[in-house]
Ligand binder design. Sequence first.
Ligand SMILES: Cc1ncc(COP(=O)(O)O)c(C=O)c1O
Length: 377
Amino acid sequence: MNLFDVYPLNDIEIVKAAGSTVWDAEGQEYLDLYGGHAVISIGHTHPHYVSRLTDQLNKVGFYSNSVKIPLQQQLAEKLGQVSGKTDYQLFLCNSGAEANENALKLASFYNGRKKVIAFKGAFHGRTSLAVAATDNPKIIAPVNETDNIIFLLHNDIAALNAAFTEYGNEIAAVIIEGIQGVGGIKEASVAFLQQIRSLCNQYNAVYIADSVQCGYGRTGIFYSHDYAGVDADVYTMAKGMGNGFPVAGISIAPKFKPWYGMLGTTFGGNHLACAAALAVLEVMEQDQLMKNAEEVGSYLIAELKKIEGVLEVRGRGLMIGIDLPESLAHVKKELLFKHHIFTGEAKPNVIRLLPALNLTKDHADQFLEKFKIALKG
Ligand SMILES: Cc1ncc(COP(=O)(O)O)c(C=O)c1O
């Protein structure tokens, strides 16, 4: 049997990892500024994470949601405290797409409506409604096509107002990333998020903050959307939540009332997933990783902005996009194969930095030095 060949692969096998360093099968060391696609939040193989998961595995790894799992309540309390949303409710699932799918479903159950506002450049996942709300026709199968999604220009307040004026009471939800990741590190403006909040209040629509990539402390605050000073009704999260263990969740405002069977999952909230997520929050809190993300991120952004040849530097904290001209499109590959630095990318020529939140200033300096050489090379 062969693998279903859907990923273009780099010819590298990673066999060991610690903090922001990984090693391949030949013993070559790499600096990891990609974090396995924004997933590694507290660093690879963090000792506290490894021991918490190992201890849990030696007790019980999985039992279904038909029994009490006190770790889920512990996780909810910790998440409420670290995110500053102590009165929200937690539903646990397994991936970012699933989190968004559940958030959209919840919104529609809540107000009985069908239409969803999403934005150009958005990525919300690959399951049916999440992919329909994703601005990439190539990955939307005919069965996922629906007239229920209204795509608007990102950060266009006039278009947002007009859509609410036209569809008003048909709109179930507005879903938006605080900073578009796949879309090339484009931040939603404060005024835009405030207007979403205000229109959702006016029309009883649900404001869904997709925090799958930009959330979980990456930008220096727990949910990057909260930078706008208004609360979302539902926050979706995944990537950094388990530092590589598949776990996702949605944080739900108090006004949503649950009923048995409204949402559900086999694997969501299992013992190991909760242990992983608790370990992440404990390390984030103990080592003040949001503060570090803010400080090292601000330093990197300021230094990158000084470099000649870069078109634009976007982002916040440790979610950074470096926009390069077409003539420098080779730089990302050169960083990986010549300088042994993992970075992410976005179309057409954006280098995406999504490292662990405990990236050190030394690591940042190493990257800056190699990046400058790669630009000249
Ligand atoms: C903003 C955003 N939402 C949702 C998803 C989907 O997450 P997953 O791949 O875990 O389903 C992603 C993945 O890249 C994402 O960046």
